[in-house]
Ligand binder design. Structure first.
Ligand SMILES: [Zn+2]
Length: 396
């Protein structure tokens, strides 16, 4: 009996080690009495790693119960640069070659580290006797292809005992933030008064935005939550959803939210004629005007698709285009923890957060209190997009 038990315990342990996907991230909700250090300990990670994956946490002393922390996958670790640190010391401490550290962290000048800088530090694996590429991948719980790619190896090896391999890690948050910055910054630079995807860091402010409504059930549910917490937000309305929802639009404005334009039929604006693009915006603008007496001046391009031509037309019609820098993917994932995992690691001072009040099966209203509580307890305030950006929400 005891032996049976021991075998089954071993099986469970082995399953945990071998069967748990190490890429998996998870949500930790802070309980009373917990500290960053106790939380990091309980997951076997460092405080640096915990903070590195939750960069919205700017006040480590304000870790209140209910605060949401995203625990990164087991192969991801971070290091916060301390006074006097050099890349060479960090390289030695973690046994990661300097060029690899510099490359992963986009460091051009290895002498220019700054205190508080958050570095991604890959984990290393030392090849043992009897290892093959396949067995290592299995042992680490990673894809063979990722292991080969990360280490510039061919499928036939060769590998040797004692060789140090980089454990592949996924840093989706960084990749996504980098991708957003790299793609959208040049557009924002070309159209500084027309195109925005985030605000400047300034006193911990973020803007919640909701697309594709109005919807009688979902918009009202979101409004109930925002009312309960006293949080203003910006709603990009879809014209095809407006008929029959004038009361919902009136409620939006009455409760201090900003109403904005998300087109009439949700087309890719890059494929439209000038006349079609104008009609897409004007139909919604007129419908909103009929209910509220306000003429929308902010728009969100469907799918975020724009080009220079589209932006020039938008500007000529008296509009500013508002993209986002943190995407909840609530419409796709419809799962509270996954939405938090998608969102929290990407939030920074000035973030524009993309959510939906249409076809999300209520995940949005359920996840909102946790996002609001977490950010507020860190000292963030919520503002409408026009205030975040210092522009007008409506035409004069
Ligand atoms: Zn949309």
């Amino acid at each position: 009996m005891i032996i049976m038990k021991r075998i089954s315990i071993i099986c469970i342990v082995v399953m945990c080690l071998w069967g748990t996907p190490v890429y998996a991230e998870q949500v930790h909700r802070v309980a009373a009495g917990e500290t960053l250090s106790s939380i990091a300990n309980s997951y076997g990670i460092t405080i640096d790693t915990l903070l590195g994956n939750n960069q919205y946490v700017v006040n480590p002393d304000l870790i209140h119960p209910g605060l949401v922390l995203i625990i990164p996958d087991a192969n991801r670790q971070y290091y916060l640069v301390r006074p006097g640190d050099t890349l060479s010391q960090i390289s030695q401490r973690f046994e990661v070659p300097i060029p690899m550290l510099a490359n992963i962290n986009n460091i051009r000048n290895i002498d220019l580290l700054y205190v508080g800088q958050i570095l991604i530090v890959p984990k290393m694996y030392t090849v043992e006797a009897g290892d093959t590429i396949n067995s290592i991948a299995q042992k680490l719980g990673v894809e063979v292809a990722d292991l080969l790619l990360e280490n510039n190896l061919s499928p036939s090896g060769p590998i040797y005992v004692g060789q140090k391999l980089v454990v592949p890690f996924r840093s989706k948050d960084r990749e996504e933030l980098d991708a957003i910055e790299n793609t959208l910054s040049p557009i924002a630079n070309r159209f500084p008064d027309t195109f925005f995807f985030r605000g400047e860091p300034d006193g911990l402010r973020v803007a919640l935005t909701f697309d594709d409504g109005p919807d009688r059930v979902e918009t009202n549910a979101v409004l109930d939550v925002l009312e309960r917490y006293g949080v203003p937000a910006t709603f990009f309305l879809l014209g095809s959803n407006i008929p029959g929802h004038n009361d919902v639009i009136a409620r939006l404005v009455a409760e201090g939210h900003v109403v904005a334009n998300h087109s009439t039929t949700h087309p890719d604006f890059r494929t439209l004629t000038e006349e079609q693009l104008r009609n897409e915006l004007l139909t919604v603008e007129n419908a909103v005007y009929d209910v509220t007496g306000l003429r929308t001046a902010l728009m969100r391009p469907p799918y975020g698709f724009v080009n220079d031509d589209v932006l020039r037309q938008i500007s000529n019609l008296g509009y500013r285009a508002i993209q986002w820098s943190a995407d909840t993917k609530d419409w796709r994932d419809k799962d509270i923890d996954q939405v938090l995992i998608n969102t929290m690691p990407n939030i920074r001072d000035g973030s524009i957060i993309l959510m939906h009040d249409y076809l999300t099966q209520s995940v949005t209203k359920e996840v909102l209190p946790e996002i609001i509580h977490s950010l507020r307890s860190q000292g963030y305030s919520f503002v409408t997009v026009d205030r975040l950006l210092g522009v007008n929400a409506y035409k004069p």
